[in-house]
Design a protein around this ligand. Structure first.
Ligand code: IMP
Ligand code: MG
Length: 172
């Protein structure tokens, strides 16, 4: 399987993102909210790299689709979302594709009374976005291919890989 982004590249980019987040928030406490399940690796690594007092929480979102990334209906489960009222929130997701997921989650969290809401994605696919949302922090821009690893799955497999691999050329 072709490796698109190595473990070392991911880790050094996460350190860079952590440094810019530290500079932007200047000591203010953060709430890092990871989108389950794809962002778990990013959440764990970024939370440990950011030298700010942080809370960590999760929200679940997904849409039913396979390797062709044909979007189905978006579902959101906020059962485990902690209280974000008055907090500076950064929503973390594995990948920005059409933008539907991140924009829906940003709207939902904005309704819970946070002090601010920003977004961070490890990957952003070029030429796929439908919903206009600009992530505040982006790890890597990638071509339109179906990728797996470091949290990203195909049918719930491959999330454990420490690198990003190309699973399939995206036919769309
Ligand atoms: P969006 O709502 O279209 O932006 O989709 C974002 C979600 O689609 C991500 O959180 C992933 O779960 C999933 N996704 C999009 N592209 C890929 C991919 O190449 N590999 C694995 N999951 C993907
Ligand atoms: Mg996901």
């Amino acid at each position: 399987m072709e490796i698109l982004i190595t473990q070392e590249q991911i880790q050094s980019r996460i350190a860079e993102l952590a440094r810019s987040i530290e500079a932007d928030y200047e000591g203010r406490p953060l709430s890092l909210i990871g989108v389950m399940t794809g962002s778990l690796m990013l959440l764990a690594d970024l939370a440990r790299s950011i030298q700010l007092p942080s809370r960590v929480g999760v929200i679940q979102a997904g849409s039913y689709r396979g390797a062709t990334t044909v979007g189905g209906a978006l579902y959101i489960n906020d059962t485990f979302l902690p209280d974000v009222a008055g907090r500076d929130v950064i929503i973390l997701d594995d990948i920005l594709d059409t933008g539907h997921t991140l924009s829906a989650l940003k709207d939902l969290i904005a309704q819970r009374g946070p002090n601010s809401v920003r977004t961070a994605v490890l990957l952003r696919k070029i030429g796929r976005q439908i919903v206009p949302i600009e992530p505040d922090y982006t790890g890597f821009e990638i071509p339109n291919r179906f990728v797996i690893g470091y949290g990203l799955d195909f049918n719930d497999d491959y999330r454990h890989l420490p690198h990003i691999g190309v699973f399939a050329e995206d036919p769309e």
